[in-house]
Write a protein that binds this ligand. Structure first.
Ligand code: GLV
Length: 319
């Protein structure tokens, strides 16, 4: 079995994979798309990183390919439908991603509400001259506020539990309504997309990216949110029309935003840097040693389980 990895990291998580199969990976860098295009015809399994495009062009170059084992829970980098058509299975890493991403969403929510990063920035820049009086740095409480969760999958549910512990009320919108039992257990109320926008004090996006969710938060959506609302995006950048968000923040149509993901090339539109009411982080949702190692182990298990049929494989699609 020949396995091709497009990246070189968390080797400790891949020990079993390296022991069992003939694995090719770059040394201390990522393979480029062009490099992968050249060698992919020889490989049975491809392990890409979440930002590596596995498109038709690449799949057409890969006659032996049987499995794409993505290093991520999100798989919008892969043309899953085309892979399936070609008889190629796709797997991902859902479990290790849940807690760190939900923790980051909660962290960003509190950061934006209490202006932690903003105050830190001002203190550093202004040094002794920053006003530290009792009214200059007022934030908003999160207890008693309504959190709207867009996308109630594993991460949405994990965020829900954490926000509940902070005293928040939770409403959600999802493609599919949860069953009553689960709603009762989580203590959440299902609402329409429009009501989610109108009622949320904080709106957290935890939905996968797909052509259907492209720009789901657009100018119209932002205009129907409360002017006191704060938007959190730890999912994928293109769920939000970033220029519309920029305008909404400038015009104070909403109060603030925290973004871990961006619409264009994983980098914020530069005008966002000028705004105080936005917190920006460079896609760190799963950037903890533990999560990244567990993701590596899950990729490794997905490949071995697919070939040996001896353990669970987290399939996104399989014929
Ligand atoms: C990270 O963004 C992931 O999809 O796992």
């Amino acid at each position: 079995m020949k396995v091709l990895m497009t990246y070189d990291m968390y080797r400790e998580g891949f020990i079993e994979l390296f022991d069992r199969y003939d694995v090719t990976h770059p040394e201390g860098r990522d393979f480029s798309f062009e490099e992968v295009m050249k060698i992919i015809p020889m490989y049975d399994v491809l392990c890409p990183m979440f930002n590596f495009p596995v498109n038709r062009e690449l799949i057409d170059q890969a006659p032996k390919l049987r499995l794409i084992a993505n290093y991520a829970v999100g798989y919008n980098n892969i043309d899953v439908e085309y892979a399936l058509e070609k008889g190629i299975a796709v797997a991902n890493t859902p479990d290790p991603v849940i807690a760190p991403t939900a923790n980051l969403a909660l962290g960003l929510m509190i950061d934006t509400a209490r202006r932690i990063t903003e105050c830190d920035r001002k203190l550093r820049i202004q040094r002794g001259s920053m006003k530290t009086g009792i009214l200059e740095n007022m934030g908003v409480s999160i207890a008693g506020q309504t959190l709207g969760i867009l996308g109630m999958g594993r991460i949405g549910k994990a965020l829900c539990k954490r926000a509940r512990a902070c005293g928040m009320e939770i409403i959600y919108h999802n493609r599919r309504q949860l069953d009553r039992e689960e709603e009762t257990k989580l203590n959440v109320a299902y609402v329409s997309f429009d009501d989610l926008l109108k009622e949320a004090d904080f709106l957290s996006i935890n939905a996968p990216y797909s052509p259907q969710t492209y720009h789901i938060i657009d100018e119209k959506a932002l205009k129907s949110m409360k002017s006191s609302a704060i938007l959190i995006n730890t999912a994928r950048g293109a769920l939000v029309d970033e220029y519309a968000l920029l305008n909404a923040l400038k015009n104070k149509d909403i109060k603030g935003a925290a973004l871990d993901v961006f619409e264009f090339n994983d980098f914020p539109v530069p005008e966002l840097f000028e705004l105080e009411n936005v917190v920006l982080t460079p896609h760190i949702g799963t950037q903890t040693e533990k999560a990244r190692l567990e993701m590596a182990k899950t990729v490794s298990d997905n490949v071995i389980g697919f070939i040996e049929n001896d353990r669970k494989v987290f399939f996104v699609a399989n014929r």
